[in-house]
Design a protein around this ligand. Sequence first.
Ligand SMILES: Nc1ncnc2c1ncn2[C@@H]1O[C@H](COP(=O)(O)OP(=O)(O)O)[C@@H](O)[C@H]1O
Ligand SMILES: [Mg+2]
Length: 346
Amino acid sequence: MFQTKKICHKDTKAQRKYNTLLGVFVSQWRDLVAAVGLHWHKVVRPINPVTPQEMNIWILTVRSHRYHPNRRLLEAAGGLRQKASLIHPGKIHLIVNGHRLGMGGRFFKRSPDLLIPRLGATIKEYGLTAIRHFQLMGAAMMNRFEPILLASNKFLSLQTLAAAGIPVPETSYASNPSNFETALSGMGGFPIVIKIASSRQGSGVFLFDTLEKAGPILEDQLNKGHGLLMQRYIPPEGRADFRVLVGGGEILGAMSLKPKKGEFRSNIHLGASAQAVACSEEMASLALRSAGALGLDIAGVDLVQDKHKVLRVMEVNSTPGFKGLEKCTGKDIAGAIIRCAMKMKG
Ligand SMILES: Nc1ncnc2c1ncn2[C@@H]1O[C@H](COP(=O)(O)OP(=O)(O)O)[C@@H](O)[C@H]1O
Ligand SMILES: [Mg+2]
């Protein structure tokens, strides 16, 4: 691709010198291109090669190596003799040109063999686009773009699960104040749990007992055309919450979660306490079917059991944290995730 035209010189010595200089120039130019990060897929030869059995894993994240999942995944990859790096989506730019996809950026030298997108709550349009870009460039993905997109919106996930015959809580999705009120009366009125479709870690889940209290969030969200999820309130006393982690079609671990005092949300980030549990057959089947319905290779499946012992899938996370799970089960969850990645790459 960097071939030079054949030029006929009478003086062969001069020609040799010319060719040598040209060769040096071409090879320096190629290194320069690679060094500044203009990295065309299938065009620039890979530099910084890894050994054949070693995979080049990219963890797409905006957080540092101090963040628990990142630190543990890097440790686990190292322990399994794989090369893993944290890549901030803001440090690369994406390129399409002609029929090729490429990328540029100062800090990387070769494209990944396998990408683990871990943007979670921080996912934005650019991050999603980057995930699809790597997928189209041929990287193995854990998870792929389409399942991440479905999981990034609570209602898209619930409708996918319900359509696959997986039980979910009765949920209405309202797009304006008037259909909010109709849906509310259809669900028996207050108290009601309201959820922002794209929220994470309990931050967009609210419990309201009057319209006045719900007013500001309704105004803010509904008037922007975002829509809101509505569910009947299941008080903590009558329910049990579980998180089941699925990886590569297997159960990697399960725990039960109890909200802290005065709180109804059982998110670890909101101080919930966790306890390891044996995954019952029903729990395992719901979790595996949910990950399968959404197409997720790795998934944190939230299950809720009501006072009648009926289990339903509350939500599915495409970027599950696993600090609480490692702590309460004593399992090497990070190692299990990297092993799943290695199996995927074959
Ligand atoms: N309908 C509900 N009734 C009672 N508690 C709920 C309900 N929905 C959610 N919760 C509590 O809030 C937590 C967070 O809700 P969830 O839908 O999982 O959103 P997030 O993505 O923020 O974790 C749940 O784990 C559960 O403890
Ligand atoms: Mg949750």
